[in-house]
Design a protein around this ligand. Structure first.
Ligand code: AHM
Ligand code: MG
Length: 333
């Protein structure tokens, strides 16, 4: 594999496969540049006055951290003047952000969770940025309605994880590629092509402290894993839970497993904790592009047509056989 930069990779893909329009390529480069800046802020930690709470709440009623707000601003500022976007939507903003009139308008819609895993910022554990790109439907102007498209219509999706390494993982519908940030050169370098999720792993990721609130199919699946060699699965399982979706899904893309954030009885009116448009959809597409499966227990997540911008969803994603199994338990219930 050639150790080429993200820019060069995208140019080559555009030339070879022709499936990355130039505007999309340029937009992805802008997103990657913004991620580099967020990575720098994350790395500075306490030296950069980026730690701790901002003493404000976002639209979901969650306390915002300073880095949530910084990352959101970095992404908006980097993208608003590029001419490739019509509007953006973010976990940290109630409504959509329409590209101001003073800048050229493009045809794409960008959605992001600027800083996923906020609870891990202050304890120096991996966090990340998740993003998803759609094409704006034809018509004058842009509205929230334009964002309410099924995940199957995404044209690009990815995340950047800020951990021991800063890693950008991307799909444009032709498999999953991984770039590692070379801090000395200041560029993302291709380090993995054709990422595949192993099919029969022995690892699961779920917040076990919510066990008593889960629905029966999830209880059954986890109970069977916990019985290990002595139970119906006939093998021992390991559990990992970072508490940052980016880090947990990155591990699963790398060595297999299943990531779950199911509906639970604590807030029964909510479909789940994670958000469909800028968390579940991009991660689902990456998982599927790597040969995995992603459902909400009932159906493929990417087939769900959203009804609102900050819609939540129950999530089961990862290795095919495990996700098929827990999805089957839902249909048998
Ligand atoms: P955030 O986007 O506000 O950081 O919330 C999403 C995160 C996910 O990264 C993670 O999987 C989940 O929330 C963990 O939640 P909890 O600690 O409640 O289990
Ligand atoms: Mg998040």
């Amino acid at each position: 594999m050639k150790r080429i930069s993200l820019t060069r990779y995208l140019v080559e893909q555009q030339r070879l496969a022709g499936h990355i329009p130039p505007e999309l390529r340029l937009m992805l480069e802008v997103v990657a540049r913004a991620c580099k800046r967020i990575s720098q802020a994350v790395n500075k930690g306490a030296l950069g006055d980026v730690m701790g709470s901002a003493n404000s709440e976002n639209v979901q009623g969650e306390m915002q951290k300073k880095l949530d707000i910084i990352a959101n601003e970095v992404l908006i500022e980097a993208n608003e003047w590029g001419g490739h976007l019509a509007a953006m939507a973010s976990e940290e903003m109630e409504g959509i952000y329409v590209v101001p009139n003073r800048y050229p308008q493009g045809e794409y819609l960008l959605m992001f969770d600027p800083l996923d895993g906020s609870s891990n910022i202050d304890v120096n554990v991996s966090i990340g940025t998740i993003f998803s790109v759609l094409v704006k439907p034809e018509g004058v102007g842009v509205s929230e309605q334009d964002f309410l498209q099924a995940g199957a219509r995404q044209v690009a999706a990815g995340y950047c994880v800020y951990g021991p390494q800063t890693t950008l993982v991307l799909t444009v519908g032709d498999g999953v590629v991984v770039f590692t940030l070379d801090r000395e050169q200041g560029s993302f370098v291709l380090t993995e092509e054709h990422l595949r999720v192993p099919e029969d792993p022995k690892e699961f990721a779920i917040n076990m402290s919510n066990q008593r609130h889960w629905a029966a199919p999830v209880q059954q699946y986890i109970n069977e894993c916990l019985q290990g060699k002595d139970g119906p699965r006939g093998k021992d399982f390991n559990m990992r839970w970072v508490g940052s979706m980016v880090a947990d899904v990155h591990r699963i893309l790398t060595r297999g497993g299943v990531f779950m954030y199911p509906w639970d009885k604590r807030e029964p009116e909510k479909a789940g904790k994670l958000r469909l448009l800028y968390e579940a959809n991009p991660m689902s597409w990456l998982i599927e592009q790597a040969g995995g499966v992603s459902t909400n227990g009932q159906q493929r997540i990417m087939d769900i047509v959203p009804t609102k911008l900050h819609e939540r969803v129950s999530v089961f994603m990862g290795s095919k056989n495990e996700v098929d199994r827990v999805t089957r338990y839902h249909s048998e219930a």
